[in-house]
Design a protein around this ligand. Structure first.
Ligand SMILES: C[S@@+](CC[C@H](N)C(=O)[O-])C[C@H]1O[C@@H](n2cnc3c(N)ncnc32)[C@H](O)[C@@H]1O
Length: 85
């Protein structure tokens, strides 16, 4: 399982600014999901969803191409190392 790079984590967290509710698209096992924010994860791979640790943010089986959320459902969205998929 990948582990967070603390340098990247610090830059990502800074970029999220004052957003409180977040969508993590292609979330994998949950790297870069700060505990102090309210995350919803989207991850289409059952294998990756199974690697999310106990207590991780709730994860939805969906794909970036068809997100099952309405407009303005989140303050911000992020996709870390998943666009190329
Ligand atoms: C390299 S992993 C990165 C995972 C995580 N964001 C991280 O930084 O550890 C890329 C992830 O994108 C997911 N993915 C692939 N195609 C996707 C799609 N169409 N929509 C959403 N996620 C997708 C993969 O299942 C995989 O978990």
């Amino acid at each position: 399982m990948r582990h967070e790079d603390p340098r990247l984590a610090a830059r990502i967290h800074a970029a999220l600014g004052d957003a409180r509710t977040l969508l993590n698209v292609g979330a994998g096992a949950g790297s870069y999901e700060p505990d102090d924010l309210e995350f919803t994860a989207v991850e289409p791979s059952e294998v990756m969803r199974a690697q999310r640790p106990h207590g991780a943010a709730p994860v939805v089986d969906a794909r970036a191409e068809r997100l099952p959320f309405g407009d303005d459902s989140f303050d911000a969205a992020m996709a870390i190392l998943s666009d190329h998929h």
